[in-house]
Ligand binder design. Sequence first.
Ligand SMILES: Nc1ncnc2c1ncn2[C@@H]1O[C@H](COP(=O)(O)OP(=O)(O)OP(=O)(O)O)[C@@H](O)[C@H]1O
Ligand SMILES: [Mg+2]
Length: 281
Amino acid sequence: MSAAGSPGGSPAVGRARPGEGAPGGGAAPAEILLRTEGLVAGYVPEVDILGGVDVELRAGEVVTIVGPNGAGKSTLLKAVFGLLKPRGGRVLLRGEDIAGRRTHDVSRAGVSYVPQLGNVFPSLTVEENLELGALARKGADVGERTAAMYAMFPRLGERRRQIAGTMSGGERQMVAMARALMPSPQILLLDEPSAGLSPTMVAVIFEKVAEINGHGVTVLMVEQNARRALAMSTRGYVLDLGRNRFEGPGDALLDDPRVAELYLGGGRTGGGPGRPGKRVT
Ligand SMILES: Nc1ncnc2c1ncn2[C@@H]1O[C@H](COP(=O)(O)OP(=O)(O)OP(=O)(O)O)[C@@H](O)[C@H]1O
Ligand SMILES: [Mg+2]
């Protein structure tokens, strides 16, 4: 309903991703893996934090959710992952409503989640953290998955015996992402993977997100580093006060002066007249 248009339906913006129809081309849009419809959720009785949120994630995409503090971005990921039972609406995973399912069911269905905070076991080693990640999937070949993670994150391989709590923020984020990837998820939910990191490490983490996506994992992430995240995203959503505000291809949101002004801290330097993202309300 309020979902962004198909990749072929809007001006030629955004990045082509594996599994996605070429922008402007005639390829059929990729399968919708995940979709929330009118999602309502909250923590305290009668206070809805999400007031009916619609987001959509197609196979192969990187979709970023941005918005001010308290907008409900983390709440949305929690409600999708089953950490918070929705009060209304639907969470469709490959067309099946999973709203209210428990996290282990969601995780077994191919969704992994890296929370904003507390995303590693600080008293365990890197390797132990990864091994625990594999528990989400019965029959996972732990040795093979661990080796794949060390190939993707060589620094973790070098430090496999290090206690995770003694690592730098960026390294811990890598442990958290690798742990979430251990069960070979189809969808990765990332809550502010670059938060609190140095500019160099922010760049590394975004490169890793792109690399993970390049391996065929579809990514839904929340980011405060909105410009950078939208620049590498197929599509984005702006949430504010628990509602959809804008949505569109990442580049179109970056170029939209209303989005820049309200949500990205001012206009885009060197930007042209701008292509408007789709205003939702
Ligand atoms: N466990 C909780 N109990 C009660 N209220 C909560 C809880 N967690 C979050 N909230 C409230 O829900 C609202 C949305 O929080 P949420 O964490 O989803 O925002 P956010 O968009 O992720 O913000 P940020 O950018 O600061 O991470 C806030 O008003 C917050 O105070
Ligand atoms: Mg948050």
